[in-house]
Design a protein. Structure first.
Length: 393
């Protein structure tokens, strides 16, 4: 499979996305970091490989309506257009209309993206964002919001992203835009602040906000733990616990970090709150029916228990995690390194101390009062005592 630089961290020798082949990732963790946005266009990208004619360029339109998302489109260009000093002229009035019946001439503004500091360094081409003249009465742009691009301001009206060949101030020619460019557009808009520009590029990347709040927190990687299901252990030869490098901008640290492990959330201190995300099952064992219990992950089950004493699901995996789980990535929600030893210790405590007591209070054998009694004993001090005994042994 072709390889390239990673779309998230710029590591060399990354593997191309199997479906669109427009992005590349050095690890499943980097791929997960891009998936929230990438999934919007990955499937349709293969429908935009061949242009309908020589004077079309692939672009991404960000329309305004609620429920819409960014979409790939072809933009007609006029090469060496009269009055354009040898530059290509893109025909953008129709894509930027708020409705098909709008007939007035559309004024517009342009932003240029020349690099992405989150990925490290400048690009070899320019991304051009063309938007309507700012009119605060225009509806907010829902399609950039749905890929995380409205973190610091709401964008009114539609805009369109195109790629230009070369890195000079205003390159004359357009080229087809890629889904790596899509990542850069989402990052650019996400970290744009009025009066400062975007923290990922240009002057904005040198501001105090960028240097102290964005780049230190959003670049680089921290340690997480991959907990492998039976399928990955038996077929792929992976260990139960595996240390992995996780990008600081992985969605578990912001978008998906609101579903913590109930066990660690209850302990709070001295245990940090952990959260988890499924990996895509390996094709080598996903459909291997002869390998029973291939999705089993007892460590995950030990971290995620329904501990609501009034729940009919008490002591079991929460409803939101029902079905096949498989291997999972576990990180500390505080965004700092997590070690295999930490996860292993919490799992052993859950398996050896908590689960036996929880199961004694299952439906038909216990009561809400007995469940509350278990939770009353389930304290940081209990965990410290258990950990001390384990360390001595």
């Amino acid at each position: 499979m072709p390889r390239d630089h990673c779309t998230i961290c710029n590591a060399a020798n990354a593997r191309k996305c199997a479906r669109c082949k427009s992005t590349a990732y050095c690890s499943p963790e980097c791929q997960q970091s891009d998936w929230y946005a990438h999934r919007r266009l990955c499937r349709t990208f293969t429908n935009f490989l061949a242009p309908p004619g020589p004077n079309f360029r692939r672009a991404i339109l960000f329309p305004t309506p609620l429920g819409s998302g960014p979409r790939l489109t072809w933009v007609t260009i006029i090469p060496n257009a009269p009055g354009w000093n040898g530059h290509d002229k893109p025909l953008l009035d129709d894509p930027l209309k708020l409705s098909p019946n709008e007939s007035k001439s559309i004024g517009r503004g342009v932003d240029m993206i020349r690099g992405n500091a989150l990925r490290a360094g400048p690009n070899d081409h320019v991304i051009e964002l063309t938007y309507r003249d700012i009119d605060r009465e225009m509806p907010p742009n829902q399609s950039i919001a749905c890929v995380g691009g409205s973190r610091w301001r709401s964008w009114p009206g539609p805009f369109i992203a195109m790629a230009k060949t070369g890195s000079e101030f205003d390159p004359p020619y357009y080229q087809d835009l890629t889904l790596v460019d899509f990542r850069d557009v989402a990052d650019y808009r996400s970290w744009y602040r009025e009066g400062e520009g975007s923290a990922i590029d240009g002057v904005g990347s040198r501001t105090y906000f960028a240097r102290t709040h964005v780049l230190p927190r959003e670049t680089g990687k921290v340690k997480g733990v991959r907990v492998n299901a039976r399928g990955d252990q038996v077929v792929c030869g992976l260990p139960l616990f595996q240390a992995v490098d996780v990008p600081r901008r992985h969605p578990l640290f912001y978008l998906e970090g609101d579903d913590p492990s109930s066990v660690t959330d209850h302990l709070s201190l001295p245990v940090r709150t952990l959260c988890a995300k499924k990996y895509t099952p390996d094709s080598a064992w996903k459909n291997m029916d002869a390998l029973t219990h291939r999705f089993d992950n007892p460590v995950f089950d030990g971290l995620y228990l329904d501990l609501n004493p009034e729940s009919s699901n008490w002591g079991q995996r929460p409803e939101r995690w029902k079905g096949d789980v498989g291997s999972v990535l576990v990180v500390a929600r505080d965004g700092k390194d997590l070690t295999v030893e930490e996860v292993e210790q919490i799992y052993h405590f859950s398996r050896d101390w908590l689960l036996p007591r929880v199961r004694q209070c299952a439906d038909g054998e216990g009561s809400v009062a007995s469940r509350r009694a278990v939770l009353h004993q389930f304290t940081p001090d209990t965990f410290r005592e258990y950990s001390g005994i384990m360390d001595e042994s």
